[in-house]
Design a protein around this ligand. Structure first.
Ligand SMILES: [Mg+2]
Length: 332
């Protein structure tokens, strides 16, 4: 490998993010890649030799990682989540490799997640709505205009869920999270109903509710997620990278799809125009040529009812460290 160093990363230009002046709130844009059917991910050991030849053939690697449940075990109190020492060591090694760019792509805010992980040159927080590269931060322009709504909704929700045992509201500025860990099963439907009511009242269509592991979240109702952040990073900071995305939750599915779509194409990219953000990807290309990336799901085998778009699976954050060490040995 002889690609660009991750240390050369600079902020994306306004054309890639779009700009608040040029994009109207509520603009409808395509977000998802052509939907490949979900499948049952194969154990890492079963694909290792194939992946090894892909990595050897690649000139550059972009490795994107979720934080909670991927680099750090899930814990009862999210503020106490810590990257495992093995993942910390492996990620630092990978991040210092010349041909490798590493990026954290988390649902946590940038201010929260960045101090928890050393090594990567790129951090995407709030599910990709904010991006930090070499200390410079940029925010999705539409999300920025709706942060006041998020703030107001968080304020009311704190009062509304106050009587619910162990229920906590986290204001992440661009999105809000209601933590359910420790909330009695009998109260969860009540919390969900109250969150929807408040978000509908304050959002008036500009905010939307989603659910993750032990959390309910609300965010700007715009088609932008972790997968879009992966595409933006790949487009802005790499030349022709093989993309690996590791994650453990539903919100990581768009990251898996972005990694596995083989999206590097001559005409690919995300561009802002007078009418909004447009995708210029050549959708015919993902089915042609060699694989250009892989999604790695972290956890037990997904339920049949919720298959994953990742084609590879590892069981835990402990096994993530093994994979990261292996990747570093392949590309070093
Ligand atoms: Mg996670």
């Amino acid at each position: 490998m002889d690609g660009n160093s991750s240390q050369s990363a600079t902020p994306p230009d306004s054309g890639r993010w779009g700009s608040a002046d040029r994009i109207s709130p509520g603009v409808s844009v395509p977000t998802d890649l052509a939907p490949d059917p979900p499948r049952s991910p194969r154990p890492f050991a079963a694909v290792r030799s194939h992946l090894e030849s892909e990595l050897e053939a690649a000139s550059e690697l972009l490795c994107c990682l979720d934080f909670d449940g991927t680099l750090a075990p899930i814990v009862d109190r999210p503020d106490q989540a810590r990257i495992t020492p093995e993942n910390d060591r492996a990620l630092r090694t990978l991040s210092s490799t010349e041909s490798v760019t590493t990026a954290i792509v988390s649902g946590r805010s940038l201010a929260d997640v960045a101090p928890r992980v050393d090594g990567p040159s790129i951090y995407a927080g709030n599910h990709g709505l904010e991006l930090r590269t070499n200390g410079t931060e940029t925010v999705h322009p539409i999300a920025r205009t709706r942060s006041e709504l998020v703030d107001e909704a968080c304020g009311l929700l704190e009062t509304v869920v106050d009587p619910i045992p162990n229920c906590r509201v986290e204001n992440k500025r661009l999105t809000g999270t209601i933590h359910l860990r420790g909330v009695p099963e009998s109260c969860r439907a009540i919390v969900a109903a109250r969150v929807r009511k408040v978000v509908e009242r304050f959002g008036d269509g500009a905010l939307e509710v989603s659910q993750g592991k032990e959390i309910i979240e609300f965010s700007p109702a715009i088609p932008w997620g972790k997968g879009n952040a992966v595409e933006l990073i790949e487009e802005a900071y790499t030349e022709d990278a093989f993309v690996i995305y590791l994650g453990d939750d539903r919100t990581d599915e768009s990251g898996f799809r972005a990694a596995e779509s083989g999206f590097r194409a001559a005409e690919s990219g995300i561009r802002a125009t007078e009418s909004g953000i447009v995708r210029t990807r050549n959708r015919a290309l993902p089915n042609e040529g060699p694989t250009k990336g892989v999604g790695i799901y972290v956890g037990d085998e997904p339920d049949e009812g919720h298959p994953s778009h990742a084609s590879v699976r590892v069981s835990s954050p402990e096994e993530v460290a093994t994979v990261l060490e292996w990747i570093a040995s392949c590309v070093g």
